[in-house]
Design a protein around this ligand. Structure first.
Ligand code: SF4
Length: 337
């Protein structure tokens, strides 16, 4: 904790005990680098200063503000949890670990972080940084992440957590993992834990933590139809499928089992569903590869000339208010006239 006092980075959520802001920061920073998440945090706090403001927002506005952060279920859960807190708890966050854990989108990590930082409750956090620091310091070779490892590390983290300033202690371990005990080549000679760190003493820092086998990558092929019409509108639909980009707006999509290099009967069939007498599709540039943790998506954009389209059209101005996946936002930016 002395090290933390000296070296911690100053972030706005470290200046507050407001559970709403701590919750916001924790949800935003999940699977996101802090520098990338910071402007999003600031935008959310200034647009929605209280949980009641967030609860009163339209879902589309929340998704739009979230655009580019990925894992959009976090934004949808954030919004529905804000409504739950507003309607069920009179805009007051639950003040116990169990109460926090019962909220949608709040798992063990987030509940522990809010409980310890906002309320000084002795609840230990376990995230990727904590796994790394403790796996090395205690020399634990359980593969992470896994449910067995989680139970073990959680119990251990709980055991070493002091009752005084547990929130600061939690943040200190995580910050040590982020700045000092980094994944590759940490400089152990300047580490405050060096004298008792097992992995360092064994000369095996690089072997810890032991990584669990990664889930298989799923390959997908998305073909977007960009209808070009005399009215110059953009034709998009809200994505209904669960999973990635749920409820975001996208161009009419044809998903295929393999990459399509030229015209294809599935494209023609889809075009015929939207318009009569549409032109043959013409591909825009080379395919894009959009990589997510468990899936790689090859994306092709196909231009189609048409007179009328059976789909809702949006003007340029309306388009700016829609939340769209990042590859589509980039495509619009590059091709918009
Ligand atoms: S001594 Fe090295 S491996 Fe051990 S906690 Fe410090 S930085 Fe991590």
């Amino acid at each position: 904790m002395e090290w933390y006092d000296l070296y911690k980075r100053e972030f706005p959520w470290r200046q507050t005990k407001d559970p709403y802001k701590i919750w916001l920061s924790e949800i935003i920073m999940q699977q996101t680098r802090t520098q990338q998440g910071l402007p999003y945090y600031e935008a959310f706090v200034s647009t929605f200063p209280t949980v009641a403001d967030l609860a009163a927002a339209e879902e589309g506005q929340v998704l739009k503000l979230w655009q580019g952060l990925g894992y959009y279920s976090r934004a949808r859960n954030l919004h529905s949890t804000a409504k739950e807190i507003y309607y069920t708890y009179d805009s007051k966050f639950p003040t116990t670990f169990k109460g926090l854990l019962a909220l949608k989108g709040v798992g063990d990590y987030t509940a522990s972080a809010i409980a310890s930082i906002a309320y000084d409750l002795p609840e230990a956090v376990v995230d990727g940084n904590v796994y790394r620091v403790y796996a090395r310091f205690f020399g634990i070779d359980l593969p992470v992440p896994s449910s067995v490892a989680f139970k073990h590390f959680k119990a251990l983290a709980q055991k070493v957590l002091p009752t005084q300033s547990p929130g600061n202690f939690n943040q200190a371990v995580m910050e040590l993992g982020a700045l000092q005990c980094v994944p590759k080549n940490p400089n152990c000679t300047v580490c405050p834990l060096a004298s008792s760190c097992k992995a360092f003493a064994w000369g095996q820092v690089a072997q810890y933590p032991v990584k669990a086998k990664k889930a298989k990558i799923r390959y997908r092929y998305f073909n977007y139809l960009i209808f070009q019409t005399p009215d110059h509108l953009w034709y998009l639909k809200q994505r209904k499928e669960s999973g990635i980009w749920h409820k975001l707006f996208e161009f009419p999509l044809v998903e295929t089992q393999e990459s399509i290099q030229s015209n294809h009967k599935l494209l023609e069939k889809a075009i015929a569903d939207y318009t009569t007498g549409g032109s043959k599709p013409v591909r825009w540039k080379q395919p894009l590869l959009h990589k997510l943790t468990h899936q790689h998506i090859e994306i092709n954009f196909w231009f189609v000339q048409a007179c009328e389209v059976q789909c809702k059209g949006y003007s340029k101005k309306e388009l700016d208010g829609l939340a769209v996946p990042v590859p589509i936002a980039n495509f619009i930016k590059e091709t918009r006239v």
